[in-house]
Design a protein around this ligand. Structure first.
Ligand SMILES: [Zn+2]
Length: 207
């Protein structure tokens, strides 16, 4: 059986090779506070936060992680080294009534693993050339593109490290978006298909 606690702790450490400022596991009540408060809670309150504009909506306002039942968050800060990414992951996942009590902790770590892989996907996107985040002048983000990239990144990661239940859980959530009435979700699904292949996504979602 896959040890999700161990896998999560390993990813907190090695970050799949992505260079970020820090990964912070925090109480979920803090996740709902604004970026400045989140930073203050981990002693980073002195840093200026960067905002990305999306059709008037700012990045990390809750519309981003609608695919799995656990939200992480990424805040960009300006440090001496330049623009760096601070990742926040909630310490506890919401109780899942369909999972028996003995597996709640496993389930929680699995969701945290998915959330962290997703946020590292955003960091990777921000750091690559011609990604969905534009850092010059007025900073902007292509929201659908960014969400698709982060989800595709997470799927590839979970596949690589052999975490099939986590991978399939995420694949199912994304596959559900294909029948959504919301344009955002439909486009997100198509975008993920383009990146990882429709056949693979379908196979994982059905497993
Ligand atoms: Zn996201």
């Amino acid at each position: 059986m896959v040890d999700y606690k161990k896998m999560f702790e390993l990813l907190v450490q090695d970050k799949n090779g992505i260079n970020v400022h820090s990964v912070n596991v925090i109480d979920s009540s803090i996740l709902h506070l604004d970026d400045k408060a989140k930073l203050s809670s981990v002693g980073l309150g002195k840093y200026e936060t960067l905002t990305f504009y999306v059709d008037g909506q700012t990045y990390c306002n809750g519309t981003l992680n609608q695919n799995v039942n656990l939200e992480g968050c990424l805040v960009n800060i300006q440090t001496e080294k330049g623009i760096e990414q601070v990742i926040f992951i909630p310490s506890e996942a919401p109780h899942e009534s369909s999972i028996s009590p003995e597996y709640q902790e496993d389930w929680s770590y699995m969701l945290k693993l998915i959330a962290l892989a997703h946020e590292l996907g955003h960091a990777s996107d921000i750091q690559r050339a011609d990604g969905n985040f534009k850092l010059e002048n007025k900073r902007t983000v292509n929201l659908v593109g960014a969400e698709a990239y982060a989800n595709a990144y997470a799927l590839e990661y979970l596949n690589k490290v052999n975490a099939p239940i986590a991978r399939n859980t995420l694949a199912r959530a994304i596959y559900r978006a294909s029948s959504s009435t919301k344009a955002f979700e439909k486009e997100l699904y198509l975008c993920v298909c383009k990146q990882i292949g429709k056949g693979r996504l379908k196979r994982w979602a059905a497993a």
